[in-house]
Design a protein around this ligand. Structure first.
Ligand code: COA
Ligand code: MG
Length: 309
């Protein structure tokens, strides 16, 4: 079970760590979360320099309330351990989470956890750095339960559909848009990962949608992920940020209804009733549990109930 603080993750923006310009822009966008990337967005010959660029960005840019995350290279490369050491030693007090790609099993997570513990001890960092994990290998999907419970630093699981497709061997024509596959091609994978995330009290986040000019389909993907319990989606381009942050915010109407249901139920309980009706709908303890997620999300997003509620 995570011991980390709850954070707002309606949108996680991917930003190449080799681009000072994009990191500067990312800090000004008001996005919930950015991850400064050392992995796929950075060419091999730019990776070492990008570590320093990320340290510099974290130490000099004002990210406001945006969560600051760094994506390291995967643990099968020789980059990963130095990625962690360099960025955490250089800017550890400015890093909220480390994002680990292509994790395969619980040992991968424990390796990162131990390394972070050692660096935090050395530097005297008391605010623990969280871990986010990309579930994008078939093996990770198989072991998602053991992975989700591997460390109390874990805050979020992210379904990375691009690499996942390669790992499973999914037909590339079935990946983007409406492919004719009967049903949603990601249904099982999303569902499985979100169940594991929720079991351990973690956020579930939906991965990237590369056709960034197609805002309508991006919105559809956000809605599908949200319907299953995801709290946010990645963006690879600034134009996707507003869409994700809107879809993953509860509407004012939803928030008001949630507060109404909780208040009505509290009143009913005081009168010794377990189930009541509000606007033609039954409200009982299960309903209250269901709407609690809306209230939690609203509180994180700073959305207050309308006056009088
Ligand atoms: N973060 C911050 N700023 C970004 C951005 C990002 N991910 N993507 C684009 N921008 C900026 C551009 O620099 C440009 O800024 P400007 O108006 O100040 O010049 C503006 O947003 C508009 O960008 P645009 O011209 O439409 O796109 P582009 O050709 O510059 O970039 C990509 C397109 C795909 C190369 C770029 O969006 C990108 O690198 N995305 C992230 C890729 C990534 O991280 N992949 C790995 C994770 S899946
Ligand atoms: Mg990937």
């Amino acid at each position: 079970m995570s011991k980390q603080p709850k954070r707002l993750r309606r949108c996680q923006l991917a930003v190449p760590g080799s681009s000072d310009k994009m990191m500067t822009k990312a800090a000004s966008l008001g996005v919930d979360h950015v991850f400064l990337d050392l992995e796929d967005a950075v060419a091999p010959n730019a990776k070492v320099e990008a570590r320093g660029q990320i340290v510099n960005a974290l130490n000099t840019l004002d990210f406001g309330s945006t969560i600051r995350c760094v994506r390291i290279n995967d643990l099968d490369t020789h980059y990963a351990y130095e990625d962690i050491i360099t960025v955490v030693e250089g800017a550890g007090d400015k890093i909220d989470t480390i994002l680990v790609p292509k994790v395969r099993n619980a040992c991968d997570v424990r390796f990162v956890d131990r390394l972070l513990t050692q660096i935090e001890m050395k530097l005297g960092i008391t605010r623990r750095i969280g871990i986010e994990l990309l579930i994008e290998e078939a093996e990770a999907m198989m072991r998602v339960d053991e992975i989700a419970g591997a460390s109390d630093r874990i805050e979020a699981l992210i379904f990375g559909m691009g690499d996942y497709s390669a790992s499973q061997g999914i037909d590339t024509r079935a990946i983007a848009g409406d492919s004719g596959y009967p049903g949603d091609i990601w249904h099982y994978a999303r569902f499985k990962m979100i169940v594991a995330a929720r079991t351990y009290g973690l956020d579930a986040v939906d991965g990237p949608f590369v056709n960034f000019r197609d805002g309508d389909w991006f919105r559809t993907e956000c809605v599908r992920a949200k319907q299953l319990g995801a709290v946010g989606k990645w963006a690879i381009h600034p134009s996707q940020v507003a869409i994700a942050q809107e879809v993953f915010s509860p509407s004012q109407e939803e928030v008001d209804k949630a507060y109404e249901a909780v208040a009505a139920y509290r009143e009913a309980q005081e009168q010794g009733l377990g189930a009541i009706q509000v606007d033609g709908q039954m409200v009982d303890v299960a309903t209250v549990r269901l709407v609690q997620k809306v209230i939690d999300q609203a509180e994180l997003a700073g959305i207050k109930p309308s006056e009088g509620l």
